[in-house]
Every structure is written in structure tokens, then in C-alpha cells.
Design a binder for this molecule. Structure first.
Ligand code: HEC
Ligand code: HEC
Length: 330
């Protein structure tokens, strides 16, 4: 088994090497498609690791079926909505700047400002389960958790540089405008996600088939404590990935449209996460675009929700400096 595995990894390594060489030849930017150099799951043998990694991928793609609120076994209902991880972590976590999960593992454990504590990869996965999936945490030693971690570990094998997150496009100097966003939504999004934004189910309620087009708000969407509910995260995701088929390198919307549409999306009703006022226990570390208080900077909830964000950052920097006795943080 060990021999078979290292053989597979060698094939992966040489495929990666030749892709890299081709990219260099074409004088592409160095980060181009690094995340697509993720190892190929089809080359994994059908042994216990191979099965665990495949189960992890299935959990990312068919979350609603395996651990969703309509899943057959009531014990395994961890997610509270019918989304899948893949609805946001596109191409099962392999799309560059589609909230890629490639290369993520080596970052954990790490300090998380939202929790004010060191977070493991299991904690981070459970953050998405309790916020993006509006559900309850998976036990850290469950077979589902182990499988998701195994899949993320597999995706991270041999990857040095990956195009994580959704990028960081230029920010507006004005507040993003949900009214303008509503107009652009009709033109660019409604055909798939519905004029009401509630998406389109694959089957009928109760059959645990998830969505063909996931909801963007409403009772079956991510909750108000989720990353996708914050403007900067949402606008960058939308710009780099929507309408479906757009990429970071070939976006379909203008930057302004993406900010305004995201503003429209984050202004809509969605489930409430209990205790979100306990997020960010260290006030000056609160993400500038957290749409919920309390805030230590004295700026309005509306500015936190819609921007502009640079004045908030400046204010927080000043607060940090005054706390450390006039010195910049080391
Ligand atoms: C509604 C959208 C959404 C869904 C659904 C979702 N996530 Fe996430 N996830 C996010 C966002 C946004 C981030 C933050 C990305 C960042 O920090 O750049 C994130 C971050 C993560 C991270 C950390 C990535 C990093 O770069 O450190 C992991 C791991 C993760 N999610 C796993 C999952 C798993 C597993 C599921 C399914 C159980 C899931 N997510 C479902 C939106 C989502
Ligand atoms: C051609 C159809 C299509 C169009 C048009 C489209 N989307 Fe999507 N969108 C999808 C699909 C499909 C997914 C889920 C991807 C997956 O599961 O692989 C998705 C996922 C999303 C998600 C993450 C999952 C969730 O439910 O929150 C957001 C946010 C989103 N789209 C916003 C938008 C916005 C805003 C627009 C308009 C600018 C838009 N989409 C246009 C098809 C579309």
C-alpha cells in the first residue's frame, strides 16, 4: 500500500512539474492556476485512505444528503440548511479563488480573531457548519470530520502556493448601494438564484437532494454569523465566481456591480446565529465588515455593513496604538 501510494504521489509530482514547466514557458504570472495543481483523486487506490478521502469529498459535494437536515438518519443531521460545502467552496474546494481549500491544512492550528483563540482545522470546519450551514458542530473524532480533514489534507498534498479565499479587489470610497445592487441582481443573478433569491431545489422538500441553484438569503441560507454574510467576503466571491462560470482572471461583473450586488445580498433576512455578539472578544480585532455589533470604534453599524472600510481600519489602528502606549504594535 505504501509503495502504491508513493507511486501515485510521484505521478502527481511529475504531472505538477510538467504543468509548472508549461506555465513557465508561456510566461504566465507565477500564481496562475496553482490551485488546479491539486492532486487527482481518481488516482488514489481503493484502500482505507483512498476511501476516507473520497468520503470527505462526498461530504463536501453532497453535504445536504449525508449530514443535512433531511438526511435519512436523524443522528447524522448536523447541517441546519440544505446547502453543500461545494456551493461556496467551488469545484469541491479546488477552484482558484473560489474559496479554495487547496493548501489550507498547513495553516492550522492558527489564531482566529472571531473566536479570540487558537483554532484547529476541525474548529474551522465546525465554524462553517454552525454558520454557513447554520447547523451544529461535528464531533471532532467522528468519521465525517476525519473524512473532511483527510480530503483537505489530500488537496493540500505537495501544494506550496494556492489561490485561497476569493481575492481582494479594490474597495469603493463610497458605501456599497443595495438599491443599485437590487437592479443589477435582476439582470445578472435572478435567472438562476430566482427573482426572490431563494434558489431552486433539485428535488422536493424532504428528499435531501439539495439545490441546483442555492438560496442567497431566507430561512434555508447561511446565517448572519457566516463569512458570506460579510460584504468584503461576499463581494470578492461574487466578483471572482458569479454569474456561475466567471473566474478571478475573467470576471463578468464590474467591481462596482459586485460591491452593490453583495450589499443587496447581505441586507436581506437570513437565520440568526445565537451569541454572535460574543464573536471577536478582542474588540479592535473585529473584522471591519462584520455586520453585527458591538463595535469599539464608534462608527455606525451601517458603515460596517456597507463600507467604506478604510476609515474603519484607520480608526482601529489608532485605537490599537493608543492601547500600546502610543507605540505601533510590534
Ligand atoms: C455559504 C458559503 C459557505 C459554505 C456553504 C461553506 N463555507 Fe467554508 N468558508 C466560507 C467562507 C466565506 C470562508 C472564509 C474564507 C476566507 O477566510 O478567505 C470559509 C472558510 C472555510 C475554511 C478555512 C479556509 C481557509 O482558507 O483557511 C474551511 C476549512 C472551510 N470553510 C470548510 C468548509 C466545509 C467543510 C464546509 C461544509 C461543511 C463549508 N466550509 C461550507 C464559506 C462557506
Ligand atoms: C448560471 C447560473 C447562475 C447565475 C447567473 C448566478 N449564479 Fe450564483 N451560483 C450558481 C450555482 C450553480 C452555485 C453553486 C455552485 C456549486 O454548487 O457548484 C452558485 C453559488 C452562489 C453563491 C454561494 C452559495 C450560496 O447560496 O450562498 C453565491 C453567494 C452566489 N452564487 C451569488 C450569485 C450572485 C450574486 C449572482 C449574480 C451576480 C449569481 N450568483 C449568479 C449559479 C448561478
Amino acid at each position: 500500500m505504501v509503495a502504491a501510494l508513493s507511486c501515485v504521489e510521484l505521478i502527481d509530482a511529475s504531472a505538477r512539474a510538467s504543468e509548472k514547466a508549461m506555465a513557465a514557458e508561456r510566461a504566465e504570472t507565477p500564481t496562475r492556476d496553482a490551485a488546479r495543481i491539486a492532486p487527482d483523486i481518481d488516482r488514489l487506490p481503493d484502500d482505507s485512505r483512498g476511501r476516507e478521502v473520497r468520503m470527505g469529498r462526498a461530504l463536501i459535494i453532497e453535504t445536504y444528503k449525508l449530514i443535512g437536515p433531511e438526511s435519512r438518519d436523524p443522528q447524522s443531521r448536523f447541517a441546519g440548511n440544505n446547502l453543500s460545502c461545494q456551493n461556496c467552496h467551488l469545484e469541491a474546494g479546488a477552484k482558484p479563488h473560489g474559496l479554495s481549500l487547496v493548501g489550507v491544512l498547513s495553516d492550522y492550528p492558527r489564531y482566529a480573531a472571531r473566536e479570540g483563540a487558537i483554532e484547529t482545522i476541525q474548529d474551522r470546519i465546525n465554524d462553517c457548519l454552525t454558520r454557513s450551514l447554520d447547523g451544529r458542530p461535528l464531533p471532532v473524532d467522528s468519521k465525517e470530520m476525519n473524512a473532511i480533514v483527510a480530503y483537505i489534507a489530500f488537496l493540500s498534498t505537495g501544494v506550496e502556493k494556492a489561490r485561497r479565499g476569493a481575492g481582494q479587489m479594490a474597495e469603493l470610497t463610497r458605501p456599497a448601494d443595495p438599491k443599485e445592487g437590487a437592479k443589477a441582481f435582476v439582470e445578472n443573478c435572478a435567472a438562476c438564484h430566482g427573482a426572490d433569491g431563494l434558489g431552486k431545489r433539485r428535488g422536493v422538500v424532504g428528499d435531501a437532494e439539495g439545490y441546483e441553484f442555492p438560496p442567497l438569503w431566507g430561512s434555508d441560507s447561511f446565517n448572519d454569523g457566516a463569512g458570506m454574510g460579510r460584504l468584503i467576503a461576499a463581494a470578492n466571491f461574487i466578483h471572482a465566481n458569479m454569474p456561475f462560470g466567471a473566474t478571478y482572471d475573467h470576471p463578468a461583473l464590474t467591481i462596482e456591480q459586485a460591491w452593490d450586488i453583495a450589499a443587496y445580498m447581505v441586507s436581506m433576512d437570513r437565520p440568526h446565529k445565537v451569541d454572535i455578539d460574543k464573536d471577536f472578544p478582542v474588540g479592535v480585532e473585529k473584522f471591519v465588515d462584520a455586520g453585527y455589533g458591538p463595535y469599539v470604534d464608534g462608527l455606525s453599524p451601517s458603515q460596517h455593513k456597507f463600507g467604506p472600510f478604510q476609515p474603519i481600519r484607520d480608526k482601529l489602528e489608532a485605537l490599537k496604538r493608543s492601547k500600546s502606549g502610543g507605540q505601533a504594535n510590534p
